[in-house]
Write a protein that binds this ligand. Structure first.
Ligand code: F3S
Length: 278
């Protein structure tokens, strides 16, 4: 059985950087906490907990050690509350997210009104909204043109959650242009998600079965599994090699392997090793 890994798969730059920073903190005596689980990957969160890096719901739950800011970033208010408590910050905000936060604030200052194209309530989007508001902007979060508020006056700035698609951004821009508003757009999309989706779709087309690795609570991994299932009926989403069942691959000549942006390389290698052993 030939095992083929997708051209782009697994931990993106920002997630790998956050993991490396957390593991480095695990080696220090004072300990550290993450504000929420570092990534949507139960195995990794469990491993970090064993090394003394616990996930907490709010800053109030931390009384010692450093506070690790996740790759999605935090609101300026949360950052201040960590600083006010005198806790050291390990800032693992992905540089792409930091750039989007800066863009949100700049647009708020320049335009006064900011449209954030993204998923309301997502931690990254909450950070973008808060940055724009702190800079004096009025903010609307939209996923599609229908979400745009009525009577939005120009000028309008647009910033995008890093994991959104170009199509979602274009649809919102086009809707504003149709209303006679030429928005000022800061395209802050990161292509890691898109690359993984395109590579998974291409691979699912050419193999007999495909394994998608990543947390079941990871939305980007679940989306990859959906994309693969559309092209390959023998698609299996697993979190660890022990879940693999040899019966899934009976009669297969080739098996594809892909993984979400929150799946570290070691988990991919463990699955590939198991498949190759069969
Ligand atoms: Fe950063 Fe893009 Fe990953 S924004 S966290 S590199 S998906």
């Amino acid at each position: 059985m030939r095992v083929v890994k997708a051209k782009h798969a697994g931990a993106c730059y920002g997630v790998q950087r956050a993991l490396d920073m957390a593991l480095e903190a695990a080696g220090r005596t004072e300990g550290a906490s993450t504000l929420g689980p570092l990534i949507h990957n139960p195995q990794v969160v469990g491993e970090l907990a064993e090394r003394g890096i616990r996930a907490v719901e709010s800053v109030d739950a931390v009384d010692h050690g450093s506070v690790i800011i996740r790759s999605h970033g935090v609101t300026p208010g949360v950052r201040r509350s960590v600083e006010e408590r005198g806790l050291p910050i390990i800032d693992a905000t992905c540089p792409h997210v930091a750039r989007a936060q800066k863009a949100a604030a700049e647009l708020a200052r320049q335009c006064g009104r900011v449209v954030v194209v993204g998923e309301a309530g997502h931690p990254e989007v909450e950070g973008l909204v808060a940055c724009a508001r702190e800079a004096g902007g009025q903010v609307a979060v939209v996923t599609e043109p229908a979400d745009l508020p009525d009577g939005l006056p120009a000028p309008v700035g647009i910033v995008v959650q890093t994991t959104q698609t170009r199509e979602s951004l274009d649809a919102v821009v086009d809707a504003l242009v149709a209303r006679g508003i030429e928005p000022q757009v800061k395209n802050t999309i990161c292509f890691a998600t898109r690359q993984r989706q395109e590579a998974a779709a291409a691979l699912a087309d050419e193999v007999d079965a495909i394994v998608v690795i990543g947390g079941r609570n990871s939305s980007n991994t679940t989306r990859l599994a959906e994309i693969c299932a559309a092209a390959c009926s023998r698609t299996h989403h697993v979190e660890a090699p022990d879940e693999l069942d040899p019966a899934w691959f009976e009669g297969c000549e080739s098996v594809g392997v892909t993984a979400g942006a929150s799946t570290p390389e070691a988990q991919i290698a463990a699955v590939v090793d198991r498949l190759e052993a069969w």
